[in-house]
Design a protein around this ligand. Structure first.
Ligand code: CMC
Length: 377
């Protein structure tokens, strides 16, 4: 008797693929934990650098360790001349996500040691985390026709990101808003891009190749790309009173509303709750609460009509746009933060290596007779 066909878990939904000590999501209670610490505590108290240390080294840094990490990251912001020339040669209308992916891949050619698989790859993790804002800043200046900026090693990760992109010092509120956004995006268990990174690392491929895979996965609109679409929707709506009609029309056409729904959370994404408050605070500080108010309306309509909850991608653009960050940099900023999580997972994969190689249930034909080319229609 033929064996029953195995059950296919499409999209690997609910498949537990590996053990990890990095990140825990309780989708029913809406909890997110990085190495034992609740995201709400981290967003209220930590800096991105502290969180990166926590993800990589498994514990919060003491004051000396944090100062040392900040100094190392600051020093690592300068890129090799060859990479700068490469970025200078890219089309100015390229997508910044494509630029990021290409630059990370190219950086491996200049830094064969940092990218090597194994425990030493922590140097590559710090390097990429320091380098990504510089790559984005260089490209942003190039496409705006502006001269290059020298890296500023003394700035925090959040302040440096803003400086590299906008060539100005961030206000205290802007720096903290960005710092919180970076903390919230830093890791999220086995999301698609982290899984892509771990699959690549599990072949014993190098760190930069693994991160290149992750950037490609993050780019898609069902993952990191959703944040750009969410702000496009808010722009299309234009004012809070138009939200209900426009959202209902979209739902009637069975369109997905970006920034809603989640594979794991069955309640509101705790990152969305935190970022919503920052959307309000930034809106208030800039004297324009339009995005916050529009997204509040959208949230209520989508929940009422579909029972769906917001995820963090709904709000990131409403924090970044009033600060002056262009829309096509939202997903790259996600990468600037998530690279800390990706690399923590890659390091974990190297420590407990097992080739990730699932199987497929074949549903095509078998035993077809060979047809010579002259006889094919
Ligand atoms: N808008 C409208 N309907 C939706 C949405 C949405 N955003 N999300 C899910 N649904 C509906 C979907 O149409 C389906 O309805 P039906 O059963 O009638 O066909 C039902 O909900 C289940 O959808 P699903 O695609 O099976 O759910 P999933 O667990 O595979 O999807 C998701 C998760 C994130 C891909 C999906 O919710 C989605 O496409 N959301 C919009 C994109 C988005 O916001 N992505 C960011 C995710 S969080 C941060 C990140 O990872 O980047």
């Amino acid at each position: 008797m033929a064996e029953p066909a195995p059950r296919v878990q499409r999209g690997l939904e609910e498949v537990v693929a590996l053990e990890s000590r990095i990140c825990f999501i309780d989708g029913k209670l809406g909890r997110l934990i990085y190495r034992g610490y609740d995201i709400r505590d981290l967003a209220a108290n930590a800096t991105f650098e502290e969180v990166a240390h926590l993800l990589w080294y498994g514990r919060l840094p003491n004051a000396k360790e944090l100062a040392e990490l900040r100094a190392r990251l600051g020093a690592l912001r300068t890129l090799p001349d060859g990479l700068v020339r490469l970025i200078d040669s890219l089309p100015t209308d390229a997508s910044p996500m494509d630029v990021l992916r290409t630059a990370v891949s190219a950086l491996a050619l200049f830094e064969p040691t940092e990218t090597k698989p194994g425990a030493g790859a922590i140097a590559g993790a710090e390097r990429l985390t320091a380098a990504l804002p510089t790559i984005l800043g260089l490209f942003q200046r190039r496409r705006a026709g502006l001269p290059k900026l020298a890296p500023r090693p003394e700035l925090s990760a959040a302040a440096y990101l803003l400086y590299a992109l906008l060539n100005r010092d961030a206000s205290t509120l802007e720096e903290r808003a960005l710092d919180v956004a970076l903390i919230l995006h830093a890791d999220h268990e086995l999301n698609a891009s982290t899984f892509a990174a771990r699959v690549t690392a599990s072949t014993l491929s190098d760190l930069y190749s693994s991160v290149t895979s992750a950037i490609g996965a993050l780019k898609g609109p069902l993952h990191g790309g959703a944040n750009e679409r969410a702000i496009e929707l808010a722009d299309q709506i234009g004012s809070p009173d138009r939200a209900e009609a426009i959202v209902k029309e979209k739902l009637a056409r069975h369109e997905r509303i970006m920034g809603f729904g989640h594979r794991v959370y069955k309640v509101e994404d705790p990152r969305a709750t935190i970022l919503r408050e920052w959307s309000r605070q930034i809106g208030e500080a800039k004297g324009d609460l339009r995005y916050y108010q529009i997204l509040e309306q959208v949230r209520q309509v989508v929940h009422r009509e579909k029972g769906l909850y917001a995820n963090l991608d709904l709000y990131s653009g409403s924090v970044y746009t009033p600060i002056g960050i262009p829309k096509d940099l939202f997903t790259p900023i996600f990468a600037v933060s998530r690279v800390a999580g990706w690399t923590a997972h890659i390091l974990e994969e190297y420590e407990d290596l097992r080739l990730i190689r699932p199987t497929a249930q074949y549903i095509g034909p078998l035993d077809l007779p060979w047809v010579p080319i002259a006889k094919r229609s």
